[in-house]
Design a protein around this ligand. Structure first.
Ligand code: HEM
Length: 456
């Protein structure tokens, strides 16, 4: 266990969490609870035991929080633990062959082609434009100083603008496509849950035949086709990089329809960033001493200058704060997998077909992995206090070949946006509005997060 916090006379504030059952939920309650709050099913035992295997008739649920077990499932035996077919099916209508919706050889090919378009080197030219846009968007909030606002909604709007700059160079045709993809996956209908070929599902589902959807898909295809054309002289954005990207193993490019699928996955997967950019203001609002250190760092590193890419390296404490925000409120709280064959994880038998749950929500609050796990303490991420921590105790972006391909972009976008907002404002919690986290695919505050911005 690592990361003990220094003794303090004042008890730390209690943080909002969903109700935690004392004992495992019986099967029907488990299903009912999971439908409205995926993290509300996690009972006390899961935060004490590193591997828990439970059988429900012919079904098995295995919760794996042991760092060695996480490595086994997500890294070493990656191909034996694909994403749940049900979850892939929910992404499949819009993302087809894209990385969120596939497994096996198609996934590997897409991953080899797509991931480098979002790596640190590819993103470097985007940073100055993103920083300038974040500053402008943050300044535009000044008209709302003193009035309660749902910061989640504000951040979501700003995030979309920044994402559109990275993806399409700021083309206004990108915004409705992003807004549509941000809603994927939609609430499943019975038809989505039945296994059948994609073309048949398309025929049977009226929503998939909607003219709006067809138009947005065609628009995205068109934006990519423009970038593939000879003589294209527009921005060298994500779609441009994707259109030209080749598979390092075969030298081949993706055909246009598969490019559209992959672009949809990359454009739709990033909304987790909004969650981290929301929870941070909740935690800073409760911890003025941490907020003061963030402000002091921003003042020292930025001075009066506009944010520039070189500043980001200096924001060491702000980075720690973001790491701690994503520990306590992991934007993606659950990474579920299905065992393709019988296996043994940390000495426990896992039958074929078992659902294996690696849950950042559990791992990050596990009593055997963290001391004072329920306390917000960014300094647990100092180099000295991180040294003895198992590598897979902090996994907000998951790990292994299937880890988040947008993690560099997300980290850069979060740092820039936190800097742009926190150098201008304090966000005070609105009194008497309860904060209540709940898990879907990502971890939201129910009803948003209400704050009052004050000029610093
Ligand atoms: C704080 C922000 C983010 C967090 C915490 C996060 C977290 C994650 C996690 C945990 C996964 C693995 C899910 C699973 O395997 O079931 C994932 C996958 C993915 N993420 Fe992110 N993500 C973030 C932002 C982004 C952004 C900004 C993008 C794109 C611009 C992105 C693109 C993707 C894609 C494409 C995948 C699927 C990867 C694959 O299968 O190859 N994410 N993300």
């Amino acid at each position: 266990m690592t990361g003990a916090s220094p003794a303090s006379a004042v008890p730390p504030p209690l943080l909002a969490v969903p109700p935690r059952p004392q004992r495992p939920l019986p099967p029907l309650r488990l299903l009912r609870t999971a439908a409205s709050d995926t993290v509300g099913i996690f009972d006390e035992e899961l935060f004490d035991e590193l591997v828990v295997v439970r059988r429900y008739g012919i079904a098995t649920l295995a919760y794996v929080s042991d760092p060695a077990g996480i490595r086994h499932v997500l890294v070493d035996r990656f191909d034996d633990y694909p994403r749940l077919p049900l979850i892939r099916r929910l992404y499949e209508p819009e993302m087809g062959t894209g990385t969120l919706a596939t497994a096996g050889p198609i996934w590997w090919r897409h991953r080899r082609i797509a991931a480098p378009t979002l790596d640190r080197r590819a993103l470097a030219p985007d940073a100055p434009g993103l920083a300038a846009a974040a500053e402008a968007q943050a300044e535009a909030l000044s008209g709302q100083v003193g009035a309660p606002m749902n910061i989640e909604a504000q951040v979501s709007r700003i995030w979309m603008d920044l994402l559109n700059r990275m993806v399409t160079g700021g083309d206004p045709r990108g915004l409705p496509i992003l807004a549509w993809l941000a809603k994927v996956p939609r609430k499943p209908k019975a038809l989505d849950l039945m296994p059948m070929p994609a073309w048949l599902r398309d025929r049977l589902s009226p929503a998939r035949q909607s003219p709006e959807r067809q138009a947005l898909r065609a628009a995205l295809r068109g934006l990519i086709a423009e970038r593939m054309a000879e003589g294209y002289a527009g921005p060298q954005d994500l779609l441009w990089r994707l259109a030209r990207a080749t598979d390092r193993e075969t030298g081949q490019r993706l055909p246009l329809d598969e490019l559209r699928d992959e672009a949809s996955a990359l454009m739709g997967a990033g909304e987790a960033t909004i969650r981290a950019l929301t929870w941070i203001w909740y935690l800073l609002g409760l911890h003025p001493e941490v907020e003061a250190r963030v402000h002091a760092e921003l003042d020292a590193v930025l001075g009066a200058a506009p944010i520039a890419p070189d500043h980001l390296r200096g924001l060491v404490y702000t980075r720690r704060v973001l790491d701690e925000v994503m520990r306590l409120y992991p934007p993606i709280p659950i990474v579920p997998r299905q065992a393709r064959r019988r296996d043994t994880i940390c000495g426990r038998t896992i039958p074929r077909g078992a659902i294996v749950i690696v849950a950042p929500w559990i791992v990050h609050r596990h009593r055997k992995l963290w001391s004072d796990p329920e306390t917000f303490d960014p300094d647990r991420f100092t180099e000295a206090r991180s040294r003895d921590r198992p590598r897979f105790a902090h996994i907000p972006f998951s790990v292994g070949p299937g880890m988040c391909s947008g993690s560099h972009f997300a980290s850069m976008q979060m740092l820039i946006l936190v800097a742009a907002l926190a150098r201008r404002y304090r966000f005070r919690p609105v009194p008497d509005v309860p904060v209540s986290p709940f898990g879907g695919i990502s971890l939201h505050p129910r009803g948003g997060l209400w704050v009052v911005p004050e000029r610093r």
